[in-house]
Design a protein around this ligand. Structure first.
Ligand code: AP5
Ligand code: ZN
Length: 208
């Protein structure tokens, strides 16, 4: 099964993807996580991407499409993938269609996790991540609930950058809702409910 998770920054894509991985063993590909690792390791991609990410702008399509093409051809994707944060523009969506067609793998669904922008601003400014295992938590977690590791705030989770990310989402990524509706793949889920309630709808949408 191959799934695209759509939704604004902070809608809960990473949170729901982690639950799907635990349940179904699908391969989770988050372009944001790949880019943050590249920035941390100061790879050529990371050096190019850092300024865009810190400003809440999108990294240019050609860089993202190259990285995704390489990632999706790895053997661990054969059982199926959960794409989290990709595609984010129509150009990326068309490139994904080509990649999947070449691999002879269908896209089964595009799940839109829908959350009001003001709820998102509150969520993201209070989000904290684990330095060790990447667990997604909140300011209430003094240490990582999963591994005890140190929690930190992402550089792009300050209010001004969050608001810019939401503007960029509306302009560049929201058009993908119609793109996937047109392919009859879109399922919209109300993401402003308890994590497990949202997840029950995710599973139902995927027939799990
Ligand atoms: P990326 O890392 O993809 O960030 P994002 O899309 O902004 O998404 P987030 O990770 O912020 O949110 P999420 O939806 O995963 O929410 P989460 O589950 O953490 O991208 C970062 C940057 O990289 C981009 O700005 C761009 O520069 C670049 N980039 C990445 N991909 C790119 C691409 N394809 N093209 C170009 N550039 C790209 O949840 C958020 C918070 O809410 C957490 O604290 C969580 O605990 C909480 N929460 C989750 N669900 C619930 C719930 N149901 N109720 C209450 N709280 C909840
Ligand atoms: Zn941890």
């Amino acid at each position: 099964m191959n799934i695209v998770l759509l939704g604004a920054p902070g809608a809960g894509k990473g949170t729901q993807a982690a639950k799907l991985v635990e349940d179904c063993g699908l391969c989770h590909i988050s372009t944001g996580d790949i880019l943050r690792a590249a920035v941390k390791n100061q790879t050529p991609l990371g050096v190019k991407a850092k300024g865009f990410m810190d400003a809440g702008e999108l990294v240019p399509d050609d860089l993202i499409i190259d990285l995704m093409k390489e990632r999706i051809e790895q053997p661990d994707t054969e059982k199926g993938v959960i794409l989290d944060g990709f595609p984010r523009t129509t150009t990326q969506a068309v490139a994904l269609d080509t990649m999947l067609a070449e691999l002879k793998r269908p896209l089964n669904a595009a799940l839109l996790i829908d959350v009001d922008f003001e709820v998102i601003v509150k969520r993201l400014t209070s989000r904290r991540m684990c330095k060790e295992c990447g667990h997604i938590g909140s300011v209430a977690d003094a240490a990582c609930p999963a591994c005890g590791g140190e929690m930190y705030q992402r550089d792009d989770d300050n209010e001004a950058t969050v608001r810019n990310r939401l503007d960029v989402y509306e302009k560049s990524t929201a058009p993908l809702i119609d793109y996937y509706r047109g392919c009859d793949l879109l399922v919209s889920i109300d993401g402003d409910r308890d994590v497990d309630v949202v997840y029950a709808d995710v599973k139902q949408a995927l027939g799990l």
